[in-house]
Design a binder for this molecule. Structure first.
Ligand code: URA
Length: 221
């Protein structure tokens, strides 16, 4: 099953690699598709690749990615335990007098790329989706979504997955002092809720304890 999903993701990667629907398809260095466990119960969706991701062809490998890796570790997960992807697969840039800078994805770019994100989710079929930042959250929940008022709440996402949004790690990195501490606390609470949901999902899928196994467990005590 995992091999079949991996194969489908590889095929999708080749399709995205050939995509030139947006001008940024021509300016990117590498296309950045999702990575991780093809059968992950948790999928993390960010906004779009930055400079490091564009260079390496892998999501969340820059500073925000380092923080994301630490956030996952705080709830007992390694990057390879989850599937990490973005709403767009090419680096969105603007040329500011010869200096290439990151910019937020345009609506049109997100719409053009949506099919690839949907396909990734249809292949991985996660039970939980964590959207990082307002653009990723809005791409699932609509333009009326407010990250300050609605982060940490559960919604229904694609394929019936439970979906939550929290602040983007890049946003946390831009904050200082008390503001950073306050936002980190909120994100920590959100991550714990995700961990809790994941534990519930894993328990649901664990084989039921037979009376025999139950007796053995008791003997072990
Ligand atoms: N920020 C994102 O939203 N995605 C990445 O892959 C890297 C940084």
């Amino acid at each position: 099953m995992i091999d079949e999903r991996r194969e489908r993701l590889t095929k999708l990667h080749a399709v995205v690699d050939a995509c030139r629907r947006c001008p940024i398809g021509g300016t990117r260095t590498k296309v950045v598709c999702g990575v991780g466990d093809p059968a992950a119960r948790l999928v993390i969706v960010g906004e779009g690749p930055g400079e490091s991701e564009d260079r390496q062809g892998e999501p969340f490998v820059g500073r925000a990615g380092e923080l994301l890796t630490r956030m996952l570790a705080a709830i007992g997960l390694r990057r390879e335990d989850v599937f990490i992807t973005n709403t767009i697969k090419c680096r969105a840039t603007s040329d500011e007098s010869g200096r290439i800078a990151n910019r937020a994805p345009m609506q049109e770019e997100m719409a053009n790329c949506r099919q690839y994100l949907d396909e990734e989710l249809a292949i991985v079929r996660p039970r939980i989706i964590l959207a990082l930042g307002a653009p990723a959250a809005k791409s699932f929940l609509g333009p009326g979504f407010s990250i300050t008022r609605q982060r940490g709440m559960w919604f229904k996402g694609p394929g019936g997955a439970d979906l939550m949004a929290t602040y983007h790690p890049a946003y946390i990195l831009r904050l200082t002092g008390g503001n950073m501490t306050a936002v980190k606390k909120l994100v920590w609470a959100d991550l714990q809720a995700v961990r809790h949901k994941l534990d519930e999902v894993e328990q649901e899928q664990a084989p039921p304890i037979t009376p025999q196994a139950d007796a053995e467990l008791k003997l072990d005590l």
